[in-house]
Design a protein around this ligand. Structure first.
Ligand code: ATP
Ligand code: MG
Length: 569
């Protein structure tokens, strides 16, 4: 490809609306162009990167025995009504009607479609297991599209679905996909940590996320992990052992005390000269329009996904001050489960279990009770957010937290879709059974962006060779010098003939401009043909290390060809 012909325009400045470095660089280096909020065109350079990531995934998935197909982007509501998700999937699902008033949606994921496809084709246990996947546009009307391709509304996903006759068979395929995913991300030069996760709207019990760990805000998920064992979990799933199991106060007698104008746990702890973990905090939620009170140790916070899951609920929010007053008769700051248990569902977090002589509200303004103890048995559930420093549930060493970008997700779905959609096969005894299913996703466009989050410098993108749009750029410093021009063209043609993906920067621009663009676009290798051409030498630069050496054209060509051949494995 000639740079003079390449459809790319690099910009001098970063776009105004971009926060994430991958977003800034993709726009500035001419990879993507915004069409609407969270919707981008993938320009030729980006298209090549996407194809590379897809091809790596395709090779590994095919090797692992999966088969590629392609499903429609527009889906009939009828299927979603059958699975029961039409009602429960939130506003991320973009719904519409066609000219015949038939309800449709833009596919945010394809469980329903694949289940309807296999139904009637996979009829016998003898045909199972099967794993089918596709690369597809997805549309999710995200409430906060941001960070460019990291959280778009329209994005490309690899989604795969497997069908089984038994849990054992699903377990085997789940491990098989886990391995394939590891290899896919390794080949993209992305180190990933596998964490337990919540299954969210997709459903199912067992699920794991593949996380690229970052320290920046672009990693939107908190990942808790242990340095001593391989425990790692997303914050909405992480659990911990609490260090200070028994907490007690100086109040040994149960009594009501004045706590004038106290609003927060911190103020209350200071006022009563107790620790925050001596206070049993009452937090009022509205879950699916019903009030739910969570009793939790004062120093801990409620993890809303855990709460929602515990209640099998769909929608959750904190009660407003007015609602709290109406439900408890008291102001926020003095809430309590005392006297409310008949009226409101009350749940206890496990952090409260070993509290003694604690402080608690009594639903009366400006008053609290001290020296309180549990007088009956409660179920203590895991409803709280883990904090850094709490102990690993597996080996009791401290947990650490970092941010992560979720690039892939695997789920054991069981019969969540096959049962309501009545998708069955016939088993050995002639009985109809619903398929046991797994599903497996990779954010292709997100993976490409995550690679930039991990690999860049102040000059631009540093693509790993495997997913770079081109392997190499050849830069003749001065196009007017025929010696330089000829040598550059020779090298270019030789690389092309060896299957190297190469761009020749044949523009009449100054060398400085060409070098800037080469760094910004992120070509892994640069061969510069300048003054040393007359001595038969070119400058060979490796973008990843910044290392520059003088080589003969043949040596330079050999170096790149060897690296490119290694990719083929
Ligand atoms: P998130 O929690 O980030 O919203 P998700 O868990 O809802 O994602 P999945 O349903 O697991 O997403 O989709 C599979 C993969 O698709 C994710 O692991 C992620 O890599 C990618 N993905 C999901 N949403 C987006 C998005 N809005 N933009 C780009 N990629 C996305
Ligand atoms: Mg996910």
């Amino acid at each position: 490809m000639k740079m003079s012909k390449l459809f790319v325009q690099t910009l001098r400045d970063f776009p105004q609306d971009a926060e994430a470095i991958s977003h800034k660089l993709l726009v500035r280096a001419g990879y993507i162009k915004k069409l609407a909020n969270g919707i981008y065109s993938y320009l030729p350079l980006m298209k090549r990167v996407i194809s590379k990531v897809e091809q790596i995934a395709r090779e590994e998935l095919n090797k692992a025995g999966a088969q590629e197909l392609s499903m429609p982007f527009v889906q009939p509501a009828e299927l979603w009504q059958k699975s029961g998700r039409w009602q429960v999937y939130g506003k991320e699902l973009l719904r519409m009607k066609d000219r015949h008033d038939v309800e449709l949606c833009l596919g945010p994921t394809h469980e329903e479609v694949i289940t309807s496809i296999v139904d009637g084709i996979l009829t016998s246990y003898k045909q199972l297991p099967v794993n089918l996947y596709q690369f597809q546009l997805k549309f999710r009307d995200e409430i906060r599209p941001r960070f460019g391709l990291l959280r778009g509304r329209e994005f490309i996903m690899k989604d795969g679905y497997s069908f089984h006759t038994s849990q054992e068979s699903l377990d085997i395929e789940y491990k098989n996909m886990w391995g394939a995913y590891k290899r896919i991300f390794d080949r993209c030069n992305l180190e990933t940590k596998v964490v337990q996760s919540d299954s969210g709207a997709i459903g199912g019990k067992v699920s794991h996320e593949f996380m690229v760990l970052t320290e920046t805000q672009t990693g939107e998920d908190d990942v808790f992990y242990c340095k001593h064992c391989d425990y790692a979990a997303n914050s909405n799933h992480a659990t911990s052992k609490l260090k200070d199991e028994i907490t007690t106060t100086r109040f040994t007698k149960e009594e009501i005390v004045d706590t004038p104008n106290i609003r927060t746990i911190k103020e209350l702890a200071q006022f009563l000269k107790v620790e925050e973990n001596n206070i049993l905090k009452s937090v009022l939620y509205i879950v699916d329009s019903k009030p739910v009170m969570v009793m939790i140790r004062g120093d801990k916070e409620v993890e809303e996904t855990k709460l929602l899951n515990a209640l099998c609920g769909l929608e959750i929010r904190k009660a407003t001050e007015d609602e709290a007053k109406e439900i408890t008769g008291s102001e926020v700051g003095f809430l309590s489960c005392i006297g409310l248990e008949d009226k409101v569902k009350v749940l206890f977090d496990k952090s409260a279990k070993n509290m003694k002589n604690f402080v608690i509200g009594i639903n009366q303004p400006h008053k609290h009770m001290v020296g309180k103890n549990f007088t009956k048995e409660h179920d203590f559930l895991d409803l709280s957010l883990v904090k850094e420093g709490e102990l690993c549930p597996h080996c009791s060493n401290p947990l650490y937290v970092t941010r992560g970008i979720e690039v892939g997700n695997i789920f054991q779905l069981g019969t969540k879709y096959s049962e309501p959609m009545n998708a069955t096969y016939t088993d050995e005894n002639g009985q109809n059974k619903p398929f046991i299913m797994g599903c497996y996703g990779i954010g292709i466009t997100r993976t490409a962006s995550a690679a930039i989050e991990k690999h860049h410098d102040e000059n631009g993108i540093i693509w790993p060779l495997a997913i770079a749009p081109y392997h190499c750029v050849v830069v003749p410093v001065n196009m007017q010098e025929s010696e330089q021009k000829d040598m550059a063209e020779k090298i270019y043609n030789s690389l092309l003939s060896k299957g190297v993906e190469v761009v020749i920067d044949d523009r009449e621009d100054r060398a400085g401009v060409k070098f800037k663009d080469a760094d910004l676009i992120g070509f892994p290798y640069r061969i510069t043909v300048g003054k040393t051409a007359k001595d038969g030498l070119v400058e060979f630069k490796t973008r990843m290390t910044g290392e520059t050496v003088l080589l003969s054209p043949n040596e330079a060509i050999k170096k790149i060809t060897e690296e490119v051949d290694k990719l083929k494995g």
